[in-house]
Design a protein around this ligand. Structure first.
Ligand SMILES: Cc1cc2nc3c(=O)[nH]c(=O)nc-3n(C[C@H](O)[C@H](O)[C@H](O)COP(=O)(O)OP(=O)(O)OC[C@H]3O[C@@H](n4cnc5c(N)ncnc54)[C@H](O)[C@@H]3O)c2cc1C
Length: 410
């Protein structure tokens, strides 16, 4: 592990800090300090500034509207944006840029790259992820949505579920079964499907917090151009796994900063609510502090490997498992510190806190209760904690494969 950055990296850090100082409002406290509407408006305007300065997709080549930054520069940029509490893109950009954009860059034909990537940067195409189905989550390869070729178009029928921000998207990347006779991993294709058509129906799912952040998506004879398959027809599993590595691997630089800020906020909460003299709360706070320090070191190890050109393999499950379980524990502690006040939350609710609440947010009971609800999701999406443990057991420790369980007939 070598967490020291070169002089060039530190010079680039100065450049990033100057950019942020020039473009963020003078009294900037972080995007979480804005209320819902102001935050949406700020994020839309900020996205435009990032796009004009080629900072939306810092790793992409300039010909597609990217920043062409080195890996070290990308890490420094992510750190500085996180410290400043500045968004790195719009609400769907994790799907549009980090997931499908990077996947098209790796697997797409020259025509697909030239067509889709600039439209992502401009915001013309906004993406969501159509992987999970009611009967295919952890066992993703068991998916049943079918696509059949009809002339120059694929005709898609089936259902996806838990489609985050699907109501804000106009394109969906869909895993479809295109060969029903092949073994389950070999008959899947990765398709890019337009959503603004009669055959695609998006229905919101209400969450425990009262929000509807994700959706069910129904395909009823939906049409998708023949050329919109990424990779080989029936070869979509390898493409799907590439995308998941982007979904699981990007956090090492930013998570330790976010979780450090969360613990600091929690200690202030304990003081404000008079819980800092309770020996059991003190022990749990100390434990949480230690866990964030371990997370920081795990992050540095991952970053060191990344900067040496090694891309995260199955051991990236350690980081995913660690931050998501830690977040669950910390938010439970927050609710215990709040005590009865957690039952009548007050103040601004989080604006989408699947990780910590946004930088600059109030230390209110509603911020913590909303984050507590959403913390459960982190141990499920991008592979559940049990699945991460299976990956670590089988692929990192080399233990025998777990027994295959046949689901009961319905
Ligand atoms: C906030 C959120 C956002 C999401 N966004 C999206 C999205 O945008 N697009 C999308 O496609 N999906 C999305 N998902 C879905 C997510 O990928 C699935 O929920 C996840 O893969 C788990 O699948 P499942 O819900 O079907 O649970 P299941 O796979 O049915 O699992 C149920 C339980 O069984 C356990 N389990 C299953 N298999 C094994 C095994 N082999 N060994 C041990 N334990 C096992 C699991 O760990 C879990 O505890 C999202 C989920 C959440 C929570």
């Amino acid at each position: 592990m070598d967490p020291t950055y070169s002089a060039e990296a530190e010079a680039f850090r100065d450049k990033m800090q100057a950019f942020l100082a020039e473009h963020l409002p003078a009294d900037w406290k972080g995007v979480g300090a804005l209320d819902g509407e102001a935050a949406s408006q700020f994020t839309a305007e900020w996205r435009k500034i990032l796009s004009d300065n080629r900072m939306l997709a810092p790793s992409w080549p300039a010909e597609y509207g990217g920043g062409g930054l080195s890996e070290l520069e990308q890490v420094v940029m992510a750190e500085e944006f996180q410290k400043a509490g500045a968004p790195t893109g719009g609400s769907n950009d994790p799907f549009s840029i980090a997931m499908v954009g990077n996947t098209i860059l790796q697997w797409g034909t020259p025509e697909q790259k030239a067509h889709f990537l600039p439209r992502i940067i401009s915001g013309e195409d906004v993406w969501c992820q159509g992987y999970s189905e009611p009967d295919a989550g952890s066992d993703l390869a068991g998916l049943g949505t079918k696509a059949v070729l009809d002339g120059d178009e694929w005709v898609i029928n089936g259902q996806k579920i838990w489609t985050s921000a699907g109501h804000l998207a106009n394109w969906i990347f869909v895993l479809c079964r295109t060969d029903t006779d092949a073994p389950k991993h070999r008959g899947i294709s990765f398709m890019l499907c337009p959503m603004e058509q009669d055959g695609v129906d998006v229905r919101p799912i209400a969450m425990i917090s009262g929000e509807s952040e994700f959706n069910e998506v129904f395909f009823d004879n939906a049409r998708c151009p023949r050329e919109n398959v990424i990779g080989e027809v029936n070869g979509g599993w390898a493409v799907a796994m590439t995308l998941l590595s982007y979904e699981r691997g990007e956090a090492a630089a930013t998570m330790p900063i976010m979780f450090r800020a969360e613990i600091d906020k929690l200690i202030v909460l304990a003081r404000e609510r008079g819980a800092d003299s309770d020996p059991r709360i003190r022990q749990r706070l100390a434990d949480a502090h230690i866990k964030v320090e371990i997370m920081r070191m795990l992050g540095q190890r991952t970053l060191t490997q990344y900067l040496q050109g090694q891309h995260p393999g199955p051991e990236s499950s350690i980081f995913k498992l660690y931050w998501s379980e830690q977040h669950r524990v910390v938010t439970e502690l927050a609710v215990d510190i709040l005590g009865a006040a957690a039952m009548t939350p007050e103040g601004e609710w989080p604006l989408g806190s699947f990780h910590t609440d946004l930088p600059g947010s109030a230390n209110s009971s509603a911020s913590w209760v909303g984050t507590f609800y959403n913390a459960r999701a982190g141990t499920i999406y991008a592979g559940t904690s049990q699945v991460q443990k299976n990956i670590l057991g089988e692929m990192v420790l080399g233990l025998p494969k777990g027994p295959k369980v046949t689901p009961p007939a319905k």
